[in-house]
Design a protein around this ligand. Structure first.
Ligand SMILES: *Cc1c(COP(=O)(O)O)cnc(C)c1O
Length: 374
């Protein structure tokens, strides 16, 4: 069996262990400490955002954002349907109902027209949605200007799920910094990783201070343990944050590598009309190209055949996210659809996109593609 080529695997920079060892040697083995503070500062500078709370996962960050916005049992929250389930699950943790909104064709992200249609219809039905969670999928910026305009028109706060979009920008401004809150993930296959972890970011200092409070069991100030609110155990550990500090030293290199992968694929597909590659619409968009994704547009070819050919060569590729309105667990949620994400799911594929892909591995990938398409 040939060696496995992963879709996106962890890629250490080298200095991670320096920070982890520091934590070990100073006995800061806790869900707080100098690495946590340092990692938060690194992210704050990199994103040019006021405040960052490092947490145990991106999912936890979304959950806390909903809690901070006061979303409760019986409320409704609008969210991108074309995403990973972690975007939607936390809506149910607070007892609210996900209202799923379809994509537009250019960026594959939430469609501003569908968003407004959904808001108007919910208001007509007597419930104004409490929040909007929009996703920048595969690192591609959503049409954030238009989405924010709709959200502001109706006064609904936005949570940007930028879990896949660290390093991506729209009009030169980091994704995650447009909404009331931004969410990051440092899971194993993301642009940088701490093995597991996430962050909630905002320009609202009070909200991020409250995030840290809620994430450490909501302890009131008192010599004994005193609680007047429900808390969570969601803080990032100082060990994990040490990995994050090492990763932040190389984040720009990682983004550059992923963009290089995209260009590698773009060249291969330059003369293949039946393949469409997801790319930036214009210079306002800057994608980290976390994953390079393609659509197979020919009627008589099946994307599953290509997936199986990669599989035979021990190369991991993956269908696009299956829309949440098609998932058994969210089937009963109201959905505002236009057919876009269903079609994308049917004909799309994610290609190996790790920042650690070697030339040899890329050669193996290219061979499969050439055999299939030429
Ligand atoms: C990875 C991911 C998350 C969740 O992040 P975790 O850190 O794994 O909890 C949320 N949304 C999207 C779009 C993701 O890809």
């Amino acid at each position: 069996m040939k060696e496995k080529i992963w879709l996106s695997s962890p890629h250490m920079g080298g200095n991670e262990m320096k920070y982890v060892n520091e934590a070990y040697n100073t006995n800061w083995i806790a869900p707080l400490g100098p690495n946590v503070n340092g990692f938060e500062e690194d992210l704050q500078k990199y994103l040019n955002i006021g405040h960052v709370a490092a947490l145990s996962s991106g999912t936890a960050a979304i959950h806390l954002a909903l809690v901070l916005l006061g979303v409760k049992y019986g409320d409704e929250v609008l969210a991108s349907s074309f995403t990973f389930s972690a975007t939607i699950n936390p809506i149910t943790y607070v007892g609210a109902t996900p209202i799923l909104v379809d994509s537009e064709r250019d960026t594959w992200n939430m469609c501003p027209v569908e968003l407004e249609r959904a808001i108007k219809d919910r208001i007509t039905k007597g419930i104004k949605p409490k929040a909007i969670i929009l996703v920048h999928l595969y690192g591609m910026p959503a049409k954030i200007d238009k989405l924010m305009a709709v959200a502001n028109k109706y006064g609904i706060p936005v949570i940007e799920d930028a879990a896949e979009a660290l390093g991506s920008k729209y009009k030169g401004k980091a994704l995650g910094t447009y909404g009331k809150f931004g969410v990051l993930s440092f899971n194993g296959n993301k642009i940088i990783t701490t093995s597991g972890g996430g962050a909630l970011i905002s320009d609202d200092k009070e909200m991020i201070e409250k995030t840290r409070f809620l994430a450490t069991q909501a302890r009131d100030i008192a010599p004994h343990y005193q609680h007047s609110e429900i808390g969570f155990n969601y803080r990032m550990s100082n060990i994990v944050a040490g990995i994050g500090r090492g990763q932040m030293e190389v984040v720009d290199e990682r983004v550059a590598k992923r963009r290089e992968n995209f260009n590698f694929y773009k060249n291969i597909f330059a003369n293949i009309d039946e393949v469409e590659i997801l790319e930036e619409m214009n210079n306002d968009f800057f994608s980290n190209y976390w994953l390079t994704t393609i659509l197979l547009k020919s009627e008589n070819k099946n994307i599953e055949d290509l997936r199986l050919e990669f599989d035979k060569e021990n190369i991991e590729v993956r269908p696009l996210w299956k829309p949440m309105h098609l998932q058994p667990v969210f089937e009963s949620c109201p959905a505002y659809t236009n057919g876009v994400s269903e079609k994308l799911f049917e004909i799309g594929l994610c290609l190996p996109s790790g920042s650690n892909l070697t030339d040899k591995e890329r050669f193996r990938i290219e061979s499969v593609l050439r055999k299939h398409f030429y």
